[in-house]
Design a binder for this molecule. Structure first.
Ligand code: TRP
Length: 347
């Protein structure tokens, strides 16, 4: 029962309206291999099939990081890394949340429909209160309301996000439906979106869990790591003395090395080491050396491209300005409908 948009899409050369996709990236920390094979590859694929709005969530970061001295540099880095990975600012609207002022207006209206009780029950809110009990601000409580505003401001139908965002998406549907019910149909129901049902899992190098922004940096490969650091991290990965029986199952930490290899090495290389493993003549030193070199070949071009983009501050400003223009246009159209539906269009 969604309202069809009459706007022209953000992408060029398209005359028909496509489904709208929106997602946000927090400007905290460096992107790692898990982000690349999880989120980034989804975004890159989506940019050709949908009208995409990809946003750096700088306002959200204020709920936990009120010091803004590093903010600009962090925003630049996130933008540069995303572009270096293949996001095309010509195809998508790549913009910064604080540049779209309608977000704040819609957030205010939605706040009148969000109840304290339901906000307090949010898992991410409870976690943040536990971690930082001296800064439980109203922005933190209404974080999911702001996220809802980001999404429905473009009347997006699909939101590519990880599992950790599912509750926020459910709240976004609740708030969108509540608005529609109270004031009239303006918003489609946003859905979480993923191409592959089981997300690619990128294991950490210490054999424990996934690569992560905050935990054990030596076990996580960042897109900003130097060749030397990449080699060092890979060579440190846990191994043992090798299998003693042919075709034995692999222990988790060995399986993980193979999983990483499958992401960046050629199928022939992977097969060769699989065969060596199955024949009990695998040399883990060689396996890790090969993985390290293939990892370097994969990451170095992305890192170099990111650095080049970061050098060109004027270019980045241009990209942000263009992204903001596209986002402002879409937001302006939605807000006209919102104000009319609410009866706030007095003249
Ligand atoms: N909360 C999201 C995260 O922590 C970031 C985000 C902000 C977002 N606004 C969004 C994600 C809108 C999807 C849609 O990763």
């Amino acid at each position: 029962m969604e309202k069809k948009r009459d706007s022209t899409p953000a992408g060029p050369n398209e005359s028909v309206s496509r489904q709208i996709v929106m997602s946000g990236i927090r400007p905290t920390g460096f992107l790692h291999l898990g982000n690349y094979f999880g989120a980034m590859r989804n975004y890159i694929k989506m940019q050709d099939e949908f009208d995409c709005f990809f946003m750096v969530a700088d306002l959200h970061s204020l709920t936990t990081h009120p010091d803004t001295r590093e903010l600009k540099a962090n925003v630049h880095r996130v933008l540069a890394e995303n572009i270096a990975c293949g996001l095309d600012p010509e195809k998508v609207a790549l913009y910064c949340q604080s540049q779209v002022h309608e977000t704040a207006e819609l957030y205010l209206y939605l706040n009148m429909m969000a109840y304290k009780g339901e906000l307090e029950k949010t898992t991410t809110f409870k976690d943040k209160v536990r971690l930082n009990p001296e800064n439980v601000n109203a922005g933190l409580l209404t974080y999911p309301v702001l996220q809802t505003a980001d999404i429905i401001l473009h009347r997006a139908s699909y939101v590519p996000v990880g599992k950790d965002q599912e509750q926020h998406l459910e709240m976004a549907r609740t708030f969108a439906n509540r608005f529609n019910h109270r004031y009239g149909e303006v918003f489609p129901e946003p859905q979480a979106f993923n191409y592959n049902q089981n997300l690619v899992k990128v294991p950490s190098l210490d054999g424990a869990g996934k690569m992560s922004k905050s935990e054990n940096q030596m076990a996580t490969l960042y897109l900003a790591d130097s060749d030397e650091i990449i080699r060092k991290k890979v060579m440190k990965a846990k191994t043992d003395s090798g299998p003693t029986e042919k075709n034995a199952p692999k222990p988790d930490y060995i399986e993980n090395i193979f999983l990483l290899m499958k992401l960046v090495s050629s199928p022939a290389t992977v097969q060769q080491f699989e065969d060596d493993y199955n024949n009990c003549n695998i040399r883990y030193g060689d396996l890790k050396k090969q993985l390290a070199e293939d990892m370097v070949s994969f990451i170095a071009p992305i890192r170099n491209k990111t650095d080049a983009i970061l050098q060109d501050e004027k270019g980045l400003e241009q990209i942000m300005r263009k992204g903001a223009e596209k986002a402002n246009k879409s937001a302006g159209e939605t807000m006209k409908l919102v104000r009319a539906a609410m009866g706030l269009n007095y003249f």
